[in-house]
Structures are given as structure tokens and as C-alpha cells.
Design a protein around this ligand. Structure first.
Ligand code: ADP
Ligand code: MG
Length: 483
């Protein structure tokens, strides 16, 4: 009927807007490379902050001793303890505990939050086995993973720049908005240290890092060829190892290693070459951070499902795709102005539908019914929905690959040096990468397509399973006050 043709045409228009032919991806990779240069040249020189992390030493494997880490970045936080045994024994033991932030603290002050975290740390320290904390005069050391953009002032200090993810953990109507705890400009290590002092916990923060840098450190510990790390989760970000002399805005002494890890904050990348549709524009305007994190809004787990919902809504509204009325649940955007996540259609639902292999698309039908309360869909309709998911995921995955190609280009790993077989490993982590197989496969294939078969033989994408927590502990070790 006319309606069906109309729905098809909405889909086709959208597909065209989302196109990512290799020529376009190369422009995106080039633009990423150009912005990286600009962000390194001067503070504020680019949308890419290219934050100097002060991490000039990545773990080598020689690290020894007992180290702690605190991973804060969602509604839960984690405390970790790692016993490092040096080159031979590596990670002897690793323990962690996940702690949720109780509701009564959700609206509290940052003091109250940090007190709670310090208490949890103290309790965790108390479970340390006898004899593990080698010398009693040695202070316990902690790596602090704080997954929000921080302007570092040293390896162990920094102030909050701004909020990016808008809020943290999805799928929970009562998810907290951690942003309300922190003021821009707040010294996060100072706050934590004061809280530890208040309760008499003798522990020193020796490294403040974000999750991307933690992942890079964790990856490097396992594989010396790791040169970059990318997070594809609720949000997205990347970090890589730069030559310190290639950072014009760095006015400090050149580090002995000659290296400096850069936290790109690549979610804020934007370029006229990015394929952006009317749905993305509307999503951006209605988001908590309009005009910002444009790359992230095309790629990351927080947004992919929402883009699908918006296109479906248009099909329901203008082409009566689901009948004469628009299904109520389809009207609910993923987020409310005050930053709480609504129970609605999310990226994990999208990936479940997209990856439905049953001949009659049973999972698509079930998700439509359970999540959107839409029943009686035809197979033909369900196929259209799978196609829609494919368009959104493919664009995100291919753009991620272009971003990685941009980094490899910046560090000269996108071509073959004559005769050289230098391997370059990129550590990947995050729920989207981990659980959305079609996204992951498409990203990896696209990277090969971009670099060519020959170069790709030396480029390895490695899943760094939860590298960020252990990475922070490793960085606490490699930046210990005792070495
Ligand atoms: P965070 O990024 O919040 O630190 P994770 O790295 O665990 O946490 O990523 C969680 C995100 O990964 C979720 O917000 C969701 O967008 C995405 N995700 C989780 N599971 C799936 C899935 N099965 N399919 C697609 N995306 C998923
Ligand atoms: Mg994370």
C-alpha cells in the first residue's frame, strides 16, 4: 500500500544520510588526524581536548607489590586489590568488590559521597590477608579511575572539566546523576584524600586516570605492542601513546621515556564529513549537552537505540507503520531533562533484535512486545526493523574504525615501513564492543578495509577485559612514591 511505500522511503532516506563509503571514512580519519594535531598544538585548539595525562610510563610487567584501585564512573564503584609478582609471577592475585551508592546519598554532597567511598575502601583494606602488605612503614597506594574529563595537573591530581555522559548507568529509572556531586573545577584527588584522612585511612592516590588510560595500561601490561585504547560502552573515548616532543602545548621537561599518554576525549570530535541525519540533529538538540559529544552520539551505546527509536517513531507517525495510532511506548525518549534514564528502548534491545537469527524473527517480535508493547507485527515489518538496526549499528561501527585509523595515522602505524613488521595493538573495552557482535565485527572488518590487507596484518584489536580497573592499580605501581 501507499503507507508501506512511505515507510520504505523513510528508511531509504535515512540509509542514504547514514552512508559511510570508504572515501568518506578516509575523510573522517584524516579529519581526526588533523584535529589531533590541532588539539596537541594548543589548549583549546580543537574540539579534541587531547588531555595530557602525565602518564609517561606504562606498566612493563616488572611491577611488584600490593596495590589498590578505585573505579568510579557509574552508579556503582569498584574497589580492587592487585598483588603483583614481577616479570615471573605477574598478577599473583586480584580481588575486587563492587559497591553501589545508596539512594540516600544520591542527592547528597560530594563530601558525603567521598566519605562513603573512603569507608568502603577501609573495609576492603581490612580484608587484606596477613603478610601481604609487605612493609609496615610503607603507605598503601591507590590508582583512581575517574571516568569523567579531568584537567590533569600531575599524574595524581586534576580538576573536573565537565560532565559528558549526562548520567551513568542505563536501564535503571533511578540511576544517579553523579554530576550533581561534583563541581566543575573540583580537585577530585584532594576530595578523596581528605575523606580518607577524615576516617583515618592511610592511603595515597599515586595515579589519577580515566578508564581509557586504565585500559591502555592494562593492555600494555599484557602486550608490549599496545599503542592505543578505545572504549565503546555507554560513552566512547580513546587514549594513545604520543611522542612527548610531538606535543607543542607540553612545556614541561621531556620525560625520560620520551612518551606521553594522551586522553583524546574523542567523543567530542566533530567534522563536516560525519554523516548526520535529521534524527541525530533532533537527538542532539534534546540531549543534556546539545552541540557536544557529536561523535559519541553517532557511536556509543547510550545513543544507538535512541536513534532507532526516533526513526521508528517517524515511521509510526507519518506512515502508520504500527497502525493508526503511535504506540505509547515509542513516544518515550531515552532521557529526561533532569538527567534520569527512562525505561525505554535501549541499545541492548536493539542489538538483540539486530542479531536475531531465528527464521521468523521471534526475538524481534518479543522485544517489540515486551519493550514497546507492540504486538501483531508481520515478518515483513520485523525485517524492516532489523534493517533499521543494521543501518544505525553499521554507521557507528564504521565511524569507530575511521577514528582508530586516524589515530594509527597520527602515530605512523597506518603504513608499512620498509621491511618492518612492527605490530600495533589497540586495546578495546566496553559493553558495546563486548556484547554487540555485529558492531564489533563490522568495526574490525572496516578497519581492515581502510588500512588494506597488508598493513592490517600488523594491526591487532585486542579485547582488554576490564583492563581499566587493573590498569589503574598498575599505574599506581609504575608511579609509586617508592620507586
Ligand atoms: P560504561 O560504559 O557505563 O562504563 P560498559 O562498558 O559496561 O559500561 O558499557 C555498558 C554499555 O554497553 C551499556 O550502556 C550499553 O549501551 C552497552 N551494552 C551493554 N550490553 C549490550 C548489548 N548486549 N548489546 C549492545 N550494547 C550493549
Ligand atoms: Mg566503563
Amino acid at each position: 500500500s501507499g503507507k508501506w511505500a512511505q515507510a520504505q522511503s523513510i528508511l531509504k532516506d535515512f540509509e542514504e544520510k547514514c552512508g559511510t563509503p570508504i572515501s568518506k571514512l578516509k575523510q573522517v580519519a584524516d579529519a581526526m588526524n588533523v584535529e589531533m594535531h590541532a588539539g596537541l598544538a594548543s589548549e583549546g585548539g580543537s574540539k579534541l581536548k587531547m588531555i595530557i595525562s602525565y602518564v609517561d610510563n606504562l606498566p612493563t610487567g616488572d611491577e611488584k607489590g600490593l596495590f589498590y584501585a578505585l573505579d568510579l564512573g557509574g552508579t556503582n564503584f569498584r574497589v580492587l586489590r592487585v598483588h603483583l609478582g614481577g616479570k615471573e609471577h605477574r598478577v599473583v592475585k586480584q580481588e575486587f568488590e563492587e559497591v553501589s551508592i545508596p539512594p540516600h546519598l544520591m542527592t547528597g554532597s560530594s563530601d558525603a559521597l567521598f566519605d562513603y567511598i573512603a569507608e568502603a575502601l577501609a573495609k576492603f583494606v581490612a580484608t587484606e590477608s596477613e603478610g601481604l602488605h609487605f612493609s609496615p612503614e610503607r603507605q598503601r597506594e591507590l590508582g583512581f579511575t575517574f571516568s569523567f574529563p579531568v584537567r590533569q595537573t600531575s599524574i595524581s591530581s586534576g580538576t573536573l572539566i565537565k560532565w559528558t555522559k549526562g548520567f551513568s548507568i542505563e536501564d535503571a529509572v533511578n540511576s544517579s546523576n553523579l554530576y550533581s556531586y561534583f563541581a566543575v573545577g573540583q580537585d577530585v584527588v584532594g576530595e578523596l584524600t581528605k575523606a580518607m584522612e577524615r576516617i583515618g585511612l592511610d592511603m595515597r592516590v599515586t595515579a589519577l586516570v580515566n578508564d581509557t588510560i586504565g585500559t591502555l595500561a592494562g593492555g600494555r601490561y599484557n602486550n608490549p605492542d599496545v599503542v592505543a585504547a578505545v572504549i565503546l560502552g555507554t560513552g566512547t573515548n580513546a587514549a594513545y601513546v604520543e611522542r612527548a616532543h610531538a606535543i607543542p602545548k607540553w612545556h614541561g621537561l621531556l620525560p625520560k621515556s620520551g612518551d606521553m599518554v594522551i586522553n583524546m576525549e574523542w567523543g567530542n570530535f566533530r567534522s563536516s564529513h560525519l554523516p548526520i541525519s535529521e534524527y541525530d540533529e533532533a537527538l542532539d538538540i534534546e540531549s543534556l549537552n546539545p552541540g557536544e559529544q557529536i561523535f559519541e552520539k553517532l557511536i556509543s551505546g547510550m545513543y544507538l537505540g535512541e536513534v532507532v527509536r526516533r526513526v521508528l517513531y517517524k515511521m509510526a507517525d507519518e506512515a502508520a507503520f504500527f497502525g493508526d495510532t503511535i504506540p505509547e511506548k515509542l513516544k518515550i525518549p531515552f532521557i529526561l531533562r533532569h538527567g534520569k534514564m527512562r525505561k525505554t528502548f535501549l541499545t541492548p534491545h536493539m542489538s538483540a533484535m539486530h542479531q536475531d537469527t531465528s527464521p521468523d524473527l521471534k526475538i524481534v517480535a518479543t522485544k517489540l512486545k515486551d519493550i514497546l508493547e507492540i504486538s501483531n507485527t508481520s515478518l515483513k515489518m520485523r525485517k524492516v526493523i532489523v534493517e533499521l538496526c543494521d543501518i544505525v549499528a553499521t554507521r557507528g561501527a564504521r565511524l569507530s574504525a575511521a577514528g582508530i585509523a586516524g589515530i594509527l595515522k597520527k602515530i605512523g602505524r597506518d603504513t608499512l615501513k620498509d621491511g618492518e613488521k612492527q605490530k600495533s595493538v589497540v586495546s578495546l573495552d566496553g559493553g558495546l564492543y563486548e556484547h554487540y557482535t555485529k558492531f564489533r565485527t563490522c568495526m574490525e572488518n572496516t578497519l581492515t578495509e581502510l588500512l588494506g590487507e597488508e598493513v592490517s596484518e600488523n594491526i591487532i584489536i585486542e579485547h582488554s577485559n576490564d583492563g581499566s580497573g587493573i590498569g589503574a592499580a598498575l599505574l599506581a605501581a609504575s608511579h609509586s612514591q617508592y620507586i
